[in-house]
Structure formats: C-alpha cells, structure tokens
Ligand binder design. Sequence first.
Ligand code: SAM
Length: 159
Amino acid sequence: MLDAGCGTGENALLVASLGLPVLGVDVAETALATARKKAAERGITAEFAAADALALELLDRTFATVLDCGLFHTFDHDERVRYVASLASVMDDGALLYVLCFSDEGTDIGPHPVSRAELRAAFDSGGAWDVTAIEPERVETRFHGANGAPAWLATIKRV
Ligand SMILES: C[S@@+](CC[C@H](N)C(=O)[O-])C[C@H]1O[C@@H](n2cnc3c(N)ncnc32)[C@H](O)[C@@H]1O
C-alpha cells in the first residue's frame, strides 16, 4: 500500500501492523522522522520516504492500494490534474485508491471543502478511473470537536 501524504504515519502504521507492506510518502521530512520513530518504538516494519505526491512516477513502483487521507483537498484544480496523472503512474489496472477529504456538506465544514461533483470530475479523465463510491464520512482534525468535520470517503478503481 502507498500512503500519499502520510504525515506522521498513523494510517500507514495501522496498515503495516496488520502485516501488509506499506510505503508512506510525504514532502515534510520532520513528519517522516516522526513516522520512522513511531514505527521503531512500536516494532512495526514500514517504509517512509520523502516524495512529492505530484510526481509519484519518480518512485518507479506500483501499488495495489493507495490511501490519501487529507491530501487531495489541499490541492488546487491544476495540482489535482497533476496529482491524478501522478497516481495513475503508480497504479496498475484494478488497483484501488481511497480518498478521505473534507466535504462541503453538513455543519462544521473544514478548510478547502470539496464537492462530490468536484471529486468525481477529478477522476473523470478518459475512462482511466471508475469512481466506485463517494460516501459521507467524518474526519478527525486538530481543530474540530470530537465529531470531526464532514468528509467524503471515495473508493476509486484504476481501470
Ligand atoms: C492533513 S496532513 C494528513 C496527514 C496524514 N495522511 C493523516 O491522515 O494524518 C497532509 C499531509 O500531506 C503532506 N503533503 C502536502 N503536499 C504534499 C505533496 N505534494 N506530496 C506529498 N505530501 C504532501 C503534508 O506535508 C502533510 O503531512
């Protein structure tokens, strides 16, 4: 699994703790250092590397599963076009992408909310993606209450 924009690695470490091979990438070296420290402290084997999610082709690897928790919504329109092409370069046909991003529906909306239509449109390029589901979710943040912020959990297949 590839965790794109892994931050300090909580999601990557959870998946790795299940015994699955995981690479977490981020542009923030400080976050990666924390992720590596957590992995060592918890005795979990997981790989963390500095990489730009807009240029994943530089990894020269492919992944059956890609997780994006809180990254997609930070990109503007042009960056999303680059990001989707970058994701395509590391996902073979049948690979699954899970995106958890802020949504524009509900109360206590987070910064950079994304509409369902925007999310779908980003993956509407030339039949390369099948947006299987976009479900309402909640996402924890450091600045929302216990109930978090409204989010979308999108399941997107590379076809
Ligand atoms: C909101 S945090 C989410 C962190 C983690 N996924 C989580 O769920 O806790 C977004 C992360 O994306 C990273 N990021 C932003 N732009 C990036 C890029 N172009 N390539 C890789 N990581 C990026 C940030 O450094 C930050 O760690």
